[in-house]
Design a protein around this ligand. Sequence first.
Ligand SMILES: [Zn+2]
Length: 81
Amino acid sequence: MEIIGECVDYIPSGFWYRPFKRKLGRCECDHEVQLLKFTNTCGECGRDFSMNGTLLASRSQWGEETGESVDDILQAGHHVS
Ligand SMILES: [Zn+2]
């Protein structure tokens, strides 16, 4: 994703306004995506991006990258002698 802009909104917070920076990026499909949250989904093609505009793995692939179970990961820390 290419970051094409950045702007600051002021959000009411108690008695003052808190600056809230947000970036505007352009997706690979040429659709503009505002980077407001931890995960930002392109409204055109459905790609997910982080707040920094990094392309995230598609949701259908989550958890398939490693064959490890949660137990394997937890036990790995206990082999130090
Ligand atoms: Zn897109």
